[in-house]
Design a binder for this molecule. Structure first.
Ligand code: AMP
Ligand code: MG
Length: 352
């Protein structure tokens, strides 16, 4: 299939492009589009064939459900069985449109293909203006996982989408680099106390401020792996984001981390290996690896989140043999960043 790649300006969205993107979706085809979190791979959420095509294009296991994206609050009610919980309405008030996904019992309107066979549906209303306009042009309900091949880092710019999906989808909307760079926070409302299934830009503290009591799925905490606790969101169970080269996170006091990473780098370089490191901007000049990635400042951890997935992709094209990373347990987005970084590292962590 020939993939059409269309540049769009999020401020002034080209009506012709929007119309043809909408027509592709209504005919059962696929369009990748920018959101404020990462690029999504969109199909008609109410069309089971479109959802099947999404799984096929990504090589995604079909038991890993898709998030349904809406652009209008009135489109939530038809998806949700029974009343929308009051706490969910509160969160929608505070954080929609935005990087928050909520899980509800689903109605029959949502095909089992879209929900990965689950009786529940995940719903999000993105704030990116191009995403909202595209969803509306396409009929209001877009099923969209991240627009990467299954297992690869999520795409934060159109070039990443082209790398993974060129020839596999009808159209890619290129809206430039995304704002946040990590996928949405997922909150499950199917139990009395809301529970975070995936950390993201909307943090536990922000949710607690609005809701009071909020729990975190024990399956996504760092000790879950060794204790064999399964995450509740199917997608959190899969290996994800891993670069081709092995990645190790080095934890500990700053000076010791720098010394240990430099010692490891030297050791691998002496074996003829090409080394890469992922470090905070504050320490950049102190590392001696072949490729040193400046992940951004610890005091502005949103920049670290933004850099994470593209850094992981770049290591592949740079032919790096071995990667070491500082730990980024920053106060604001640390949970979300470390959740992705630990997965990318296959939970390989050493103490300096
Ligand atoms: P992605 O869109 O690629 O970020 O993946 C969507 C994530 O949402 C995956 O981790 C899914 O497992 C999760 N998800 C979607 N729907 C549900 C649901 N009904 N229950 C639990 N997790 C879900
Ligand atoms: Mg994904």
């Amino acid at each position: 299939m020939k993939t059409q790649i269309c540049k769009i300006d999020p401020e002034v969205i080209d009506e012709d492009i929007l119309r043809s993107a909408g027509e592709i979706i209504q005919a059962g085809g696929l369009v990748a589009f920018p959101t404020e979190t990462v690029y999504g791979l969109g199909g008609d959420a109410l069309n089971p064939d479109a959802s099947r095509k999404i799984y096929a294009a990504k090589g995604r296991p079909s038991d890993n459900p898709l998030i349904v994206h809406i652009a209008d609050l009135s489109h939530l009610t038809p998806l949700v069985k029974g009343d929308i919980p009051e706490k969910a309405k509160l969160l929608a008030d505070h954080f929609w449109p935005g990087p928050l996904t909520m899980i509800f019992e689903k109605t029959k309107l949502v095909p089992d293909e879209t929900s990965g066979g689950l009786p529940t549906v995940a719903v999000r209303m993105p704030s990116h203006p191009a995403a909202a306009a595209f969803i509306t042009a396409a009929g209001g309900y877009i099923a969209a996982p991240s627009a990467n091949l299954s297992g690869r880092p999520s795409p934060t710019e159109a070039a990443h989408v082209i790398e993974d999906l060129d020839g596999r989808v009808e159209m890619i909307l290129d809206g430039g680099r995304v704002d946040i760079g990590l996928e949405s926070t997922i909150v499950d409302f199917t139990e009395e106390i809301p529970i975070i299934l995936r950390p993201g830009f909307i943090s536990l503290e922000m949710l607690k401020e609005v809701l009071g009591e909020v729990r975190v799925d024990p399956g996504i905490l760092s000790e879950a792996e060794e204790k064999h606790i399964r995450p509740r969101a199917p997608g959190m169970r899969y290996r994800h984001y891993a670069p081709k080269a092995p990645l190790t996170i080095v934890e500990g006091p700053e000076e010791q981390v720098i010394r240990r990473i430099n010692a490891l780098v030297l050791q691998y370089q002496q074996e003829g290996k090409k080394t890469g490191v992922m470090v905070s901007g504050e320490n950049i000049s102190r590392y001696h690896a072949d490729v040193v990635k400046n992940m951004g400042s610890r005091s502005e951890d949103v920049t670290i989140a933004q850099s994470l997935f593209s850094a992981l992709r770049e290591f592949d094209s740079e032919g790096i043999d071995v990667i070491f990373s500082e730990s980024f347990d920053t106060p604001r987005m640390g949970q979300a960043i470390m959740n992705r970084l630990l997965k990318a590292a296959g939970h390989q962590v050493i103490q300096a």
